[in-house]
Ligand binder design. Structure first.
Ligand code: MLT
Length: 249
């Protein structure tokens, strides 16, 4: 198995994902929020790149059945129902509803993966489920796309990529890696028991804490609390617990 890790959404080119499985990670907070909404009974998450697209999409859906969510500069967008805090996406709010979401980096990263065979949404919250899914369904090329923050890599995304690589190797998979994949695996291996210590002072982690989102940070850094694998197909992210749409074996 070959795994390449890409540091930011902006670096993704079609040929890096074409014919492969893409795993998209934005730990703080877009993919953690998507995973949480789906685990709380949301019918599907529709990721879009900008605010106007989100509003246009909302006009196509039954207003009783859809919520607008997302952020710019980490805070809720004016006129939207929710921001980008996973803690807002409770069962009471999202059950049986669609969530249309736009975030600065995470939703762009998902769309940049559009040429992939399958697109899986990953975070620390569902890391183990994603690892099991890959282990059972894929033997070939995988690209892990770390969303990053405003064009720069974010250490928490690289750590999460490292978790996926480390745990796939622990299951006996023979994996070749690009340089960032090797760095990610080692970063996770040596810091998995105290990730907060490593992330102190990193840009987005510190920014969220300074904006009083420390509970979000705590929440998003939990490992393996949701056993679900969200897949992005035809413009919508929904849950699969079964085998891949297109096996690459
Ligand atoms: C993003 O997509 O840029 C992030 O999820 C930002 C945030 O934490 O709100």
């Amino acid at each position: 198995m070959r795994i390449d890790v890409i540091a930011t959404a902006d670096e993704v080119k079609d040929q890096m994902v074409k014919g492969k499985l893409a795993v998209v990670i934005d730990v703080l907070r877009a993919t953690s929020t998507i995973v949480t909404a789906l685990s709380n009974g949301c019918k599907g998450v529709i990721p879009v790149c900008d605010v106007d697209q989100a509003k246009a999409k909302a006009c196509e859906l039954d207003p009783e059945q859809c919520l607008l969510g997302g952020e710019r500069n980490a805070v809720i967008i004016e006129g939207f129902h929710h921001g980008n805090s996973p803690l807002e996406y409770t069962a009471e709010r999202v059950q049986n509803k669609y969530v249309i979401i736009t975030t600065t980096n995470g939703t762009r990263a998902i769309h940049h993966a559009k040429e992939a065979v399958d697109i899986v949404i990953a975070s620390f919250l569902n890391g183990q489920a994603v690892v099991q899914y890959i282990h059972k369904n894929y033997l070939e090329d995988i690209t892990i796309i770390c969303a990053g923050t405003e064009g720069h890599f974010s250490l928490e995304d690289i750590l999460c990529a490292g978790k996926i690589i480390y745990e796939l190797k622990s299951l006996g998979n023979d994996i070749s890696l690009n340089d960032l994949g090797i760095a990610a695996e080692n970063l996770y291996k040596h810091n998995k028991d105290d990730m907060h210590q490593l992330l102190q002072g990193t840009f987005h982690y510190s920014r969220l804490i300074s904006l009083n989102f420390e509970k979000d940070v705590e929440f998003c850094m939990q490992q393996d609390v949701f056993q679900l694998v969200p897949i992005f197909i035809d413009g919508i992210i929904s849950i699969t617990n079964i085998k891949a749409k297109n096996k690459l074996m």
